[in-house]
Design a protein around this ligand. Structure first.
Ligand SMILES: [Zn+2]
Length: 402
């Protein structure tokens, strides 16, 4: 009886009010959101609902959106996901939560096989660990099955020829937590590897690829459902040799990532991307690395040392190596570059990646019974608070009016 009582005392209801809520498919004006035990108990419009009892947090002039979901991120806040320690993921998670992110895929880069296996094993142990802030919802394996011609910053000597057997070694090290894999479909063994990984439930993203049209279509037929950082590290468009890029832009079944920082892709190309992929297949990612949210300097990306200057990340002469973009900024940039509504841009960083990965029952949409993972945007669309499982991550001391 005593125990039951203390549970009741702990689970105080929280009532959030704001100017607007984007689910993101539905818009609710003057929303009243009731949070109970870390979940959303109800969403109504203030016009229709009396303010229920509980502690009340008002965000005047603000917009409530689902916490963001980044399927392609290597690190942030001085740490790289391949460190695969709880300290590294706590730093990354705490930083991301302050930028409105609730979940992400810890993304690996090409590395010596034993290093990669060790990172995957370390990450697997942390997938269900109690961590701060945004939670790793799976692993995105970016490399080693990439084209040497479109490897970007990935180390050429460590790229490997895909095979189902090699994939199984990675899969076992990761204890089945690989949820997304970037692969170049034109490599020998790629089709077999794509089909095999797809059967295990892994989503396949085509990228770091020099594929011509036929190889791209074979990759899609084998199971490819998305494209990795569209335009970047992808065979350039030629009207007589349209290649993977054309398949990505014209196949309405394919989802596609884009790094919307204004550096990786020109705003004009982002407008083309929006026309091709529309509001249901486009996805915003950051490809962010450890230097994100940190001063200029040298940071790790897997085993690479990356120089960050004025927020631009390079290795060697001048090869882009990840970004210092945050997903909230990507949302603002996309709306600014293309004229998309905020609701559409938010969908690209919440609902669409959730649908692509098959996690849409848990992530990416606000609704009754769902986890209370909510970001609060100011009138300038900057994140001022993020609730994860109902708890504020930015301001522990949010003033309660009720
Ligand atoms: Zn990449």
């Amino acid at each position: 009886m005593g125990i039951l009582r203390s549970v009741v005392v702990c689970s105080v209801r929280t009532i959030l009010t704001a100017a607007r809520l984007l689910s993101p498919v539905e818009v609710v004006e003057r929303p009243v959101v009731v949070l109970d035990d870390g979940a959303i108990a109800s969403i109504a419009s203030r016009n229709a609902a009396e303010l229920p009892a509980g502690r009340h947090v008002d965000f005047p002039d603000c917009t409530l959106i689902p916490a963001l979901f980044d399927v392609h991120i290597h690190g942030s806040g001085g740490h790289d996901a391949m460190e695969a320690t709880d300290s590294a993921l706590n730093h990354i998670g705490a930083f991301l939560a302050r930028r409105g992110v609730g979940a992400y895929f810890a993304t690996t880069v090409t590395a010596p096989l034993d290093t990669l296996l060790r990172s995957l094993a370390g990450l697997a142990k942390l997938m269900h660990a109690p961590l701060e802030g945004a939670r790793p919802a799976g692993i995105h394996l970016e490399g080693p099955f990439l084209s040497p011609h479109k490897r970007g910053a990935h180390a050429e000597s460590q790229l490997l020829t895909p095979s189902a057997a090699l994939f199984d070694r990675l899969w076992q090290a990761a204890e089945g937590h690989i949820r997304l894999m970037t692969i170049a479909p034109e490599l020998p063994g790629a089709e077999e590897t794509i089909a095999h990984a797809t059967q295990l439930g892994v989503r396949i993203s085509l990228g770091h690829s020099n594929a011509q049209g036929d190889a791209a279509r074979r990759g899609v037929a084998a199971g490819g459902i998305s494209a990795t950082h569209t335009f970047n590290a992808m065979r350039a468009f030629d009207h007589r040799d349209p290649g993977l890029l054309t398949e990505v832009l014209t196949n309405d079944r394919l989802f596609a990532e884009i790094i919307c920082d204004g550096l990786h892709v020109d705003p004009g190309a982002v407008r083309l991307f929006r026309r091709a992929k529309g509001p249901d297949r486009a996805m915003l990612v950051t490809d962010a690395m450890a230097g994100t949210g940190m001063p200029d300097g040298n940071y790790r990306l897997g085993e690479l040392e990356v120089r960050v200057k004025n927020g631009r990340c390079v290795v060697g002469e001048d090869t882009l190596a990840g970004s210092t973009l945050t997903l909230d900024r990507a949302v603002r940039n996309y709306a600014e570059f293309t004229g998309a509504t905020l609701a559409e841009a938010v969908g690209l960083a919440t609902r669409n990646p959730a649908r692509m990965t098959g996690l849409d029952a848990e992530i990416g949409t606000l609704g009754r019974g769902r986890s209370a993972d909510i970001a609060v945007l100011s009138p300038k669309q900057e994140v001022i608070e993020t609730f994860l499982r109902g708890r504020p991550c930015v301001n522990d001391a949010v003033t309660f009016n009720g």
